[in-house]
Design a protein around this ligand. Sequence first.
Ligand SMILES: [Fe+2]
Ligand SMILES: [Zn+2]
Length: 158
Amino acid sequence: MQRIPDIQEFVVDPQPGLIDWVKNELILRDPYVPVRADMTKWNLHEDEQLSTLRHVLEENYADYVLAEAWAATYKRGDYAEGHTHEGWGWSFVWYIQSCGSCSPLIFPDTQHPWLGPLWYHEPWQGTVLVFPSEIVHYVPPHTCQHDRIVISGNLRKK
Ligand SMILES: [Fe+2]
Ligand SMILES: [Zn+2]
Protein backbone atom coordinates (compact mmCIF):
# COMPACT_ATOMS: atom_id res chain seq x y z
CA MET A 1 0.00 0.00 0.00
CA GLN A 2 1.48 3.32 -1.01
CA ARG A 3 -0.04 6.50 0.38
CA ILE A 4 2.81 9.03 0.40
CA PRO A 5 2.47 11.27 -2.66
CA ASP A 6 5.88 12.92 -2.38
CA ILE A 7 8.14 9.91 -2.82
CA GLN A 8 10.20 9.81 -6.01
CA GLU A 9 12.39 7.09 -7.43
CA PHE A 10 15.40 7.45 -9.70
CA VAL A 11 17.94 5.02 -11.07
CA VAL A 12 21.67 5.66 -10.70
CA ASP A 13 23.85 2.65 -11.48
CA PRO A 14 26.59 2.30 -8.87
CA GLN A 15 29.89 2.86 -10.70
CA PRO A 16 32.76 0.33 -10.53
CA GLY A 17 34.83 0.84 -7.40
CA LEU A 18 32.05 2.44 -5.37
CA ILE A 19 31.55 -0.56 -3.08
CA ASP A 20 35.29 -0.86 -2.37
CA TRP A 21 35.46 2.83 -1.61
CA VAL A 22 32.58 2.51 0.86
CA LYS A 23 34.21 -0.50 2.51
CA ASN A 24 37.36 1.54 3.09
CA GLU A 25 35.30 4.30 4.68
CA LEU A 26 33.52 2.05 7.15
CA ILE A 27 33.81 2.85 10.83
CA LEU A 28 32.45 1.16 13.93
CA ARG A 29 28.82 1.07 14.97
CA ASP A 30 27.49 4.19 16.61
CA PRO A 31 25.26 3.22 19.56
CA TYR A 32 23.56 6.62 19.45
CA VAL A 33 21.98 6.35 16.00
CA PRO A 34 18.90 4.30 15.04
CA VAL A 35 20.72 2.41 12.28
CA ARG A 36 22.06 -0.83 13.79
CA ALA A 37 24.59 -1.49 11.06
CA ASP A 38 28.17 -0.52 10.20
CA MET A 39 28.21 3.13 9.18
CA THR A 40 30.60 5.73 7.80
CA LYS A 41 30.94 9.36 8.78
CA TRP A 42 28.33 11.86 7.56
CA ASN A 43 30.45 13.71 5.02
CA LEU A 44 30.62 11.33 2.05
CA HIS A 45 28.79 13.93 -0.06
CA GLU A 46 32.10 15.83 -0.30
CA ASP A 47 33.67 13.00 -2.32
CA GLU A 48 33.87 12.72 -6.12
CA GLN A 49 32.39 9.22 -5.81
CA LEU A 50 28.98 10.79 -5.23
CA SER A 51 29.10 13.33 -8.06
CA THR A 52 26.60 11.49 -10.30
CA LEU A 53 24.20 11.02 -7.43
CA ARG A 54 24.59 14.69 -6.45
CA HIS A 55 23.89 15.73 -10.03
CA VAL A 56 20.68 13.66 -10.25
CA LEU A 57 19.41 14.91 -6.88
CA GLU A 58 20.22 18.58 -7.39
CA GLU A 59 18.77 18.54 -10.91
CA ASN A 60 15.47 17.13 -9.68
CA TYR A 61 15.34 19.20 -6.48
CA ALA A 62 16.63 22.51 -7.80
CA ASP A 63 16.03 24.46 -4.58
CA TYR A 64 18.06 21.99 -2.53
CA VAL A 65 21.69 20.97 -2.09
CA LEU A 66 23.15 17.65 -1.05
CA ALA A 67 24.19 18.46 2.52
CA GLU A 68 24.97 15.11 4.14
CA ALA A 69 25.63 11.57 2.97
CA TRP A 70 26.80 8.41 4.69
CA ALA A 71 26.91 4.71 3.94
CA ALA A 72 25.52 1.81 5.95
CA THR A 73 26.37 -1.86 5.54
CA TYR A 74 23.68 -4.17 6.87
CA LYS A 75 24.90 -7.65 7.66
CA ARG A 76 22.48 -10.48 8.39
CA GLY A 77 20.37 -9.45 11.40
CA ASP A 78 21.15 -5.73 11.13
CA TYR A 79 18.23 -3.30 11.03
CA ALA A 80 17.20 0.33 11.47
CA GLU A 81 14.81 1.43 14.19
CA GLY A 82 11.93 3.72 13.31
CA HIS A 83 13.21 7.30 12.97
CA THR A 84 12.91 10.51 10.97
CA HIS A 85 15.41 13.02 9.58
CA GLU A 86 13.31 15.90 10.91
CA GLY A 87 14.74 19.33 10.18
CA TRP A 88 16.00 18.54 6.68
CA GLY A 89 14.00 18.98 3.48
CA TRP A 90 14.41 15.71 1.62
CA SER A 91 16.14 12.50 2.54
CA PHE A 92 17.21 9.67 0.28
CA VAL A 93 18.57 6.17 0.16
CA TRP A 94 20.59 4.80 -2.74
CA TYR A 95 20.90 1.01 -2.92
CA ILE A 96 24.42 0.22 -4.09
CA GLN A 97 24.49 -3.48 -3.15
CA SER A 98 21.15 -5.19 -2.69
CA CYS A 99 18.65 -7.58 -4.21
CA GLY A 100 14.87 -7.74 -4.38
CA SER A 101 14.82 -10.05 -1.34
CA CYS A 102 16.79 -7.68 0.90
CA SER A 103 14.87 -6.01 3.73
CA PRO A 104 12.62 -3.28 2.38
CA LEU A 105 12.49 0.30 3.61
CA ILE A 106 9.13 0.66 5.34
CA PHE A 107 7.19 3.83 6.05
CA PRO A 108 4.66 2.90 8.75
CA ASP A 109 1.36 4.73 9.13
CA THR A 110 1.94 5.74 12.74
CA GLN A 111 -1.56 7.23 13.06
CA HIS A 112 -3.42 4.34 11.42
CA PRO A 113 -1.19 1.30 11.89
CA TRP A 114 -4.13 -1.03 11.20
CA LEU A 115 -4.18 0.17 7.58
CA GLY A 116 -0.68 -1.18 6.93
CA PRO A 117 2.41 0.78 5.92
CA LEU A 118 2.16 4.03 3.98
CA TRP A 119 4.80 2.73 1.65
CA TYR A 120 7.34 -0.02 1.43
CA HIS A 121 10.13 -0.18 -1.02
CA GLU A 122 11.94 -3.19 -2.41
CA PRO A 123 15.62 -2.29 -2.45
CA TRP A 124 16.59 -3.02 -6.05
CA GLN A 125 20.24 -2.18 -6.65
CA GLY A 126 20.70 1.19 -8.36
CA THR A 127 17.44 2.68 -7.09
CA VAL A 128 17.47 6.05 -5.37
CA LEU A 129 14.41 6.70 -3.24
CA VAL A 130 13.78 10.31 -2.17
CA PHE A 131 11.27 10.99 0.58
CA PRO A 132 10.17 13.87 2.84
CA SER A 133 12.63 14.02 5.78
CA GLU A 134 9.95 14.14 8.47
CA ILE A 135 8.41 10.77 7.64
CA VAL A 136 9.04 7.82 10.00
CA HIS A 137 10.82 4.88 8.39
CA TYR A 138 12.60 1.69 9.41
CA VAL A 139 14.38 -1.36 8.02
CA PRO A 140 13.47 -4.80 9.44
CA PRO A 141 16.35 -7.18 10.22
CA HIS A 142 18.25 -8.10 7.09
CA THR A 143 17.92 -11.78 6.17
CA CYS A 144 20.12 -12.17 3.06
CA GLN A 145 23.55 -13.80 3.33
CA HIS A 146 25.14 -10.93 1.42
CA ASP A 147 25.58 -7.41 2.80
CA ARG A 148 22.90 -4.82 2.05
CA ILE A 149 24.85 -1.63 1.35
CA VAL A 150 23.21 1.78 1.01
CA ILE A 151 24.24 5.39 0.79
CA SER A 152 21.79 7.69 2.55
CA GLY A 153 21.68 11.40 3.11
CA ASN A 154 19.83 14.65 3.38
CA LEU A 155 19.10 17.62 1.14
CA ARG A 156 18.94 21.11 2.62
CA LYS A 157 16.96 24.02 1.17
CA LYS A 158 19.23 26.62 -0.44
FE1 LIG B 1 16.78 7.18 7.81
ZN1 LIG C 1 19.49 -9.38 -0.69
